[in-house]
Design a protein around this ligand. Structure first.
Ligand SMILES: [Zn+2]
Length: 48
């Protein structure tokens, strides 16, 4: 699922962290809802 978030792109991820500090996404594969807090978003950002 982190891969789906990574596909948003680094720039947009940085904006989300700055503006909201968290993100909620619905997985396109299983329709599950995932919530990411600031710490998790920053970890994903490091991996991009
Ligand atoms: Zn899924």
């Amino acid at each position: 699922m982190a891969n789906a978030l990574a596909s948003i792109g680094k720039k947009e991820l940085e904006d989300i962290i700055k503006e909201d500090g968290r993100a909620e996404l619905v997985c396109h594969f299983c329709n599950k809802r995932y919530q990411f807090n600031k710490e998790e978003l920053e970890n994903i950002l490091k991996q991009i």
